[in-house]
Design a protein around this ligand. Structure first.
Ligand code: GLN
Length: 496
């Protein structure tokens, strides 16, 4: 292994870092190759909406200089793509919506300015479900993304573009966002590693808002060590986001690496929720998730059955809270200040609002706005929004009691592997059910990781989800890294 292509398609973070630091390859070479590969693969997957060639090559040149002068840094010179919900100055930020089709970001999101300081070349903006609403990447105004493991299937959503491009090794690092599963579910369906950090660990400043009490930015990469390296750069207090007030100790990478070298997990308790065990899950998914848990047991972990009595209400609770917050957040798209403006002759300001919103938003976004507006309207607020808020509290309490008994909670990430394009588009409820295992994490503000633990009979990836207590993100990454070190072959690239 010595060419940039070898390192890119292998995707191992430590090897790429070492090759750059030893000047075996340069950041410029790696970035150029990523751009070429990403563009060629994009014809098949439609994973990326916009390429940032010049910005990326400038950063790569800067990274090469820094490396030449002996500087080190976890992400120094490694190309990364960001979901097109995250603002990158002077590049389009569309949220995969006609509403923002012609919007150019006037400033950088905090996560982006931190990536810039780390000299990680930002090479592209990744496709997603419109305004991050969806589980299959089929609601994008720019067309659906196709799963590189099987182009007739979805990559999951909403961060489907980030997941598909990493799975095909256009690059090895990307950022997604997760409001109800949008980092973890596509990571699972595409066979990569994704972390939804604890709410409040990563700044949401400069990220198009969907449901502000649930939204969180996180890494989607080839392996857990890459995710940890990204967390060291992007997380930590930000004066622009009052919910992001946690100190960044920048110790994720070191702790994850140390954890991956552990010989025994003696003393670690893994919880299995009986509610998850009884859910309907595809047989292959069940078998592979059980095998992964058996691995942890074989190195000393104890597996304990736990009870999360209120999680069965997560789906109903989530779809009331996220739609309510979305209806409020998306009120800013009025056709006046920015975004799409209807060209129709308007007889009144109200008509301008109506036409611009009717023409600018897609069906799923409209459905969410309608549901949320209804749930918040007078007469229904107490019955719907308030009740959901109370149930949310009960779900959080279930987790608080569970984490007194166990360190992590294991489950499948998704009840099934990648489904066919179009299979669930006619039935929103069956689409919403794709997130059955991931939604509760966001409602409780907890961290969770998804990583590949096997393949089904059609060679489609299967993800394991580990959820942790608040701020315990590093333990999750450590456990994922330990699995990856001792179970080679699970972290494969999809071949296009
Ligand atoms: N699939 C879920 C939804 O449609 C989650 C989306 C997300 O996490 N952004 O709302």
């Amino acid at each position: 292994m010595n060419t940039p292509e070898d390192f890119l398609s292998n995707g191992d973070f430590l090897k790429i870092r070492e090759a750059l630091d030893k000047k075996q390859i340069s950041s410029t070479e790696l970035t150029k190759l990523s751009l070429i590969k990403a563009k060629a693969q994009n014809d098949k997957t439609n994973a990326l909406i916009h390429f940032c060639d010049q910005q990326a090559l400038d950063t790569a040149a800067q990274a090469d200089k820094r490396i030449a002068s002996g500087e080190t840094g976890a992400l120094l010179g490694i190309p990364i793509a960001v979901k097109d919900l995250i603002l990158v100055k002077d590049a389009p930020t569309t949220a995969a919506s006609k509403m923002l089709e012609n919007f150019t970001a006037p400033y950088d999101a905090t996560v982006v300015s931190r990536l810039r300081s780390a000299s990680a070349p930002i090479i592209a903006k990744a496709n997603l479900d419109e305004f991050a609403m969806g589980s299959s990447n089929e609601t994008s105004f720019f067309g659906c993304v196709k799963n590189p493991w099987d182009l007739s299937r979805v990559p999951g959503g909403s961060s489907g573009g980030s997941a598909a491009a990493v799975a095909a090794r256009s690059f090895t690092l990307s950022l997604g966002t997760d409001t109800g599963g949008s980092i973890r579910q596509p990571s699972s369906l595409c066979g990569i590693t994704g972390l939804k950090p604890t709410y409040g660990r990563v700044s949401r400043y400069g990220v198009v808002a969907f449901a502000s009490s649930l939204d969180q930015v996180g890494p989607m990469c080839t392996d857990a060590l890459s995710c940890a390296a990204i967390m060291d750069v992007i997380s930590g207090r930000d004066l622009h986001d009052a919910t992001c007030n946690h100190e960044n100790k920048a110790d994720s990478f070191a702790l994850t690496k140390a954890y991956s070298e552990k010989q025994s997990l003696k003393g670690l308790k893994i919880g299995l929720a009986k509610q998850f065990l009884s859910s309907k899950v595809q047989t292959d998914v069940h078998r592979n998730v059980e095998a992964a848990i058996a691995y942890y047991k074989s190195v000393g972990a104890e597996v304990i059955e736990i009870d999360l009595p209120h999680v069965e209400h997560s789906l109903a609770c989530y779809y009331l809270i996220c739609t309510s917050e979305a209806s409020s957040n998306l009120a800013r798209y009025d056709g006046v200040r920015y975004g799409y403006r209807s060209p129709k002759e308007d007889s009144s300001l109200l008509d301008l609002y109506k036409n611009s919103r009717a023409e600018g938003f897609g069906d799923e976004v409209k459905r969410r706005i309608l549901l949320g507006t209804f749930a918040l309207s007078s007469g229904y607020y107490d019955d719907y929004f308030q009740k959901a808020a109370r149930i949310r509290r009960l779900i959080s309490k279930d987790f608080e009691s569970a984490f007194k008994k166990v360190d992590v909670i294991a489950s499948p990430t998704s009840p099934f592997t990648a489904f066919k394009l179009g299979e669930k588009t006619k039935d929103p409820l069956s689409m919403y059910a794709a997130d059955i295992f991931t939604l509760a994490t966001n409602l409780a503000g907890l961290p969770a990781v998804s990583f590949n633990v096997g393949f089904d009979q059609s060679n489609l990836p299967i993800g394991l989800q580990l959820q942790g207590a608040r701020w315990n993100d590093n333990l999750l990454l450590g456990l994922a890294a330990l699995y990856q070190k001792n179970n080679p072959g699970k972290n494969k690239a999809a071949t296009l």
